[in-house]
Write a protein that binds this ligand. Sequence first.
Ligand SMILES: NC(=O)c1ccc[n+]([C@@H]2O[C@H](COP(=O)([O-])OP(=O)(O)OC[C@H]3O[C@@H](n4cnc5c(N)ncnc54)[C@H](OP(=O)(O)O)[C@@H]3O)[C@@H](O)[C@H]2O)c1
Length: 401
Amino acid sequence: MPTAIVTGATGILGREIVQALGKDSKWTKIHALSRSQKDKYPPTVQHNHLDLTGDAQVIAKELKSQGVEGEYLFFAAYLAKDDEKEASDVNGAMLKNFIEALAINGTEKKLKRVILTTGAKQYGVHLGPVKCPMEESDPWIEGEGRPPNFYYTQQRILYEAAKKGGWDWVVTYPNDVIGVAKGNFMNLSTALALYATICKELGGDLEFPGSEKFYTRFDCFTYSRLHAAFNLWAALEPKCTNQAFNVVNGDTESWTNMWPKLARRFGCKVPPKQFQGKARDASEMVLQAVPPFEDLASENGMQGEVAQGKVRQRINLTKWSQRKEVKDAWEQIAKREGVQEDALEKATWGFLGFVLGREYDIVISMSKARKFGWTGYIDTWESMEATFDELEQEKIVPKTK
Ligand SMILES: NC(=O)c1ccc[n+]([C@@H]2O[C@H](COP(=O)([O-])OP(=O)(O)OC[C@H]3O[C@@H](n4cnc5c(N)ncnc54)[C@H](OP(=O)(O)O)[C@@H]3O)[C@@H](O)[C@H]2O)c1
């Protein structure tokens, strides 16, 4: 009967791993770790306070005194930093400290496998156009002129520690996560639901705020619950030893397909000529001068063919969220419907702006996971609807039906 430790227990991805373990009777004891506690848990789950930025010796003592141990470690903790070097230092240190702490207090001996959550920044999706579909065997985007990538730092730490500690590892690469979390740094669903709710209040026109170019391009998303199911499967699947996997829903989506569905759900209308009028509060950001695509271009005969990436928003969402009429509309909705008043201010507008404004395809291959036996799949729009339902139940946004 396996036992588990989950770090990042309150995060958009970690929260669902804890819930999935708690619902599965095979898992007899689960330690859910984070600085805060935001959910109620089933009896097999014990929440323990932990600050991963502390010293390994201190963490070791704290864990020991709370009886924290487990055979499987699901590491989904994450501390957002704007500076890439800082993100790499901080997130690398959090993983290193934790594993060192287990070694110091002797509980590493019980460890069988560590499942580390990272993401599609593995392929440089934040730096500009990438080769599609992305495959796990693609080269890492690093070296001269490339910024540090905290996923590479964490994976190197993981490989080293596994060799020393005598356990094995699995790494996941999710992308644009759809799910619910309170106080998360990258949550596109909450921001989308708020945008649509406020557009409805302001007259019902649901204009696509991102780039018109990206409206017809492709993206692959990860439902947080599917990612959790993948984690549980990969932890116990012997074939997955020392392997990294893309973890996306299994379909490829476009906003051309999903935007009218979003409008219908929230009682709005997509303006028939939404890209023809003048954009208000438009913004443009250029990405790395040499796109990640270029690192594979000599091999595929496309050297110098792919231009530098841009993120263009027809309506800059951060500015939009600060407009007086938007704030007033949300205040009115929140009072009338009894939903969370600070949701507008807390939503991750910059992240949604990036997801909708990127002007290049994000297509991620699930072939490797399938070859290893993974059969999980969910329709992206259905996962989005399930998430909106949950946001309504949590009283973050008002009921649409
Ligand atoms: N969200 C996305 O769309 C997305 C997409 C692709 C990949 N990813 C990747 O997935 C991983 C997890 O990210 P996420 O989005 O799930 O993060 P998240 O929702 O922001 O959650 C972060 C978790 O880490 C915990 N944490 C933060 N600082 C901590 C500290 N000092 N000590 C202990 N725990 C700490 C937080 O809990 P407390 O604050 O309570 O401590 C929380 O449980 C990251 O590598 C991220 O880059 C995310």
